[in-house]
Design a protein around this ligand. Structure first.
Ligand code: G3P
Length: 217
């Protein structure tokens, strides 16, 4: 399973990248706004800055909702860097635009996916990635990881090439469960990636080893 970081914060992207285990970045308009980025030029420059840190796929989301607007915006985003993946919402014109991007060699990430039916449509349109939001599904009293398992099963049995990108990850256990059920990618906040490091027995064991090592000096 690939690890993407789900943020537009350059320091956090650098920190995750420095770990040596980062395979890409996803952003969305809310994450960009959180960084205080304003205006088209600033937005395009920020994506360029991210692409300079990480030489791996970087999802940049369109904000148009009509076919012509999505295509025009997506072409501008894709022109920033060869690693840009155009992130498109799961709406009717979005599906049409994903098919257009697929036919024109532009990679896409179909976002705001909450059902297997939506995931099938995204795959039929040729999306490179599909992003089910598992944390938000959990918030609504369903099990988000069950949806990842269902989509992964459908894609494998039907031979779809679209990668299942588990999004809206809230904790380290989400990452483990997504790996267990066959997600291709997990996009996570830095806190959830670092959460994988944690175990009290590791801390206790290390303290003991270091104390015993001192006695050998
Ligand atoms: O990748 C989508 C993700 O950023 C949404 O996460 O925590 O806002 O549900 P969240």
């Amino acid at each position: 399973m690939k690890f993407f970081i789900d943020t537009a914060n350059l320091d956090q992207i650098r920190e995750a990248n420095d770990l040596g285990i980062l395979d890409g970045v996803t952003t969305n308009p809310s994450l960009m706004a959180k960084e205080g980025i304003k205006g088209t030029e600033a937005i395009l420059k920020h994506y360029k800055d991210i692409c300079e840190i990480v030489q791996n796929p970087v999802s940049a989301e369109v904000i148009s909702t009509d076919f012509a607007g999505i295509v025009e915006e997506g072409k501008k985003l894709a022109a920033i860097d060869p690693n840009i993946v155009v992130k498109v919402p799961m709406i009717k014109d979005g599906i049409k635009a994903i098919k257009w991007f697929t036919d024109n060699g532009i990679k896409t990430n179909c976002t705001l996916v909450f059902s297997a039916g939506q995931a099938i449509l995204a795959a039929k349109a040729g999306a490179t990635y599909v992003s089910p939001f598992i944390g938000r599904i959990d918030d609504s009293n369903w099990d988000g990881v069950d949806l990842i398992a269902q989509i992964a099963h459908i894609y494998r049995s039907q031979g779809f090439n679209t990668q299942v990108l588990a999004a809206s990850i809230r904790n380290a256990l989400h990452i483990v469960r997504c790996a267990e059920v066959g997600a291709d990618v997990c996009t996570c906040p830095l806190s959830s990636i670092l959460g994988l490091l944690k175990h009290p027995l590791t801390d206790l064991g290390l303290a003991q080893f270091l104390a015993d090592a001192k006695n050998m000096q």
